[in-house]
Design a protein around this ligand. Structure first.
Ligand code: UDP
Length: 329
């Protein structure tokens, strides 16, 4: 079976990608330090526990498994923390990526898919953001993602290692079979926080800003179901193994929903209104971030099919309901 190294494969998007890889006939080999991921989420291949800052460890794992390609998820991902502790983010995210690339090249594994973020576009005002939009991240987390994108291009020039950069919009929802789901500690994302608030398990949700230039005054985001994201990764891997050239793809649903619209959908599906209070703007939040997904549709032959707002909320709610009591939500 063709092996694919999945760094961060014990995390939220990474574990869903592993399930999709296995369904497509690959063996995902997870490399994860379990600082944010969960060993119970590694179900479709071996777990190699390790830290990307340990050059010898990642080199040994790649040398032992000889993967045909890699998907690189492992990363710190709290924007606020990256502002107060940039060294932590640059050291972990960028040095980790350097060590991974060095080890891949040494083993002659010349294809990598990188999970980047729409954060690299910064405060854009485009209604639908295409890959041609200027890149101008506004926080250290986004800067590290952009730095790695640039580094991957340099590696290709020097070594021929091709890369596919996937810039996610807002990953949300959970595996429809309930095998894996979203578990962050601390949780900062709107969807799981709104669900916990509707379930009565936490204090009122704070709505960060109600004075944005949007129809209801709250921020608009493009929520993409994690299963659709996972499918795009499999297609990106396949395309790389087939010899496809390096490229960048935005991954979203191509539709935007406001914070108030998400809250309404959560209240309706949970059957209990979300207790919410209006709060000030969160620093660095653009009013609207919605993807133009034409390039991903064409270049990856991909279509988001699970990403209706109701399906995202329903699958997230099913996961929460089944796992909150066990501390896994
Ligand atoms: N948001 C909010 N209250 C929260 C968390 C998020 O109003 O407790 C808003 C946030 O300002 C943004 C949207 O919900 O407009 C999505 O935020 P999230 O942190 O989920 O993802 P991001 O867009 O920051 O990647």
């Amino acid at each position: 079976m063709t092996k694919i190294l999945v760094t961060g494969g014990a995390g939220y998007v990474g574990s869903h990608a592993c399930k999709a890889l296995a369904a497509a006939g690959y063996e995902p080999v997870v490399f994860d330090n379990l600082c944010a991921g969960h060993d119970w989420a590694v179900k479709w291949g071996p777990l190699e526990e390790g830290d990307l800052l340990d050059r010898d460890r990642i080199a040994a794992v790649i040398g032992a498994h000889k993967p045909a390609g890699a998907i690189h998820f492992a990363s710190f991902a709290y924007v606020g923390e990256s502002v107060t502790d940039p060294g932590k983010y640059w050291r972990n995210n960028v040095t980790g990526a350097i060590n991974l690339c060095d080890a891949l090249v040494a083993a002659d594994t010349k294809a990598i898919v990188f999970s980047s973020s729409c954060t690299v576009y910064g405060l854009t005002e485009a209604a639908f953001i295409s890959e041609a939009e200027p890149v101008a991240p506004i926080n250290p987390y986004g800067n590290t993602k952009r730095a790695i994108e640039i580094m991957l291009a340099d590696f290709e020039t020097a070594t021929g290692m091709r890369n596919t950069v996937l810039r996610y919009f807002n990953a949300a929802g959970c595996d429809a079979d309930g095998e894996i789901g979203e578990v962050h500690d601390p949780e900062t994302h709107l969807m799981p926080l709104a669900i916990a608030a509707a379930a009565g398990d936490r204090d009122a949700l704070k709505i960060f800003g109600t004075d944005y230039p949007t129809p209801d005054g709250t921020c608009i985001r493009d929520y993409i179901h994690v299963t659709d994201l996972a499918d795009a990764h499999v297609r990106a891997v396949q395309r790389m193994l087939d010899g496809g050239a390096s490229d960048v793809f935005n991954l979203g649903a191509g539709a935007g929903y406001s914070v108030c619209e998400v809250i309404d959908a959560v209240g309706r599906i949970v059957g209990n209104p979300v207790q919410a209070i209006e709060d000030g703007r969160r620093a660095g939040d653009p009013a609207r971030l919605v993807a133009d997904i034409a390039h991903a549709q064409q270049g990856l032959g991909w279509q988001p099919v699970h990403s209706s707002l109701d399906n995202i909320v329903s699958t997230a709610w099913n996961w929460y309901r089944a796992h909150a009591a066990a501390g896994q939500a």
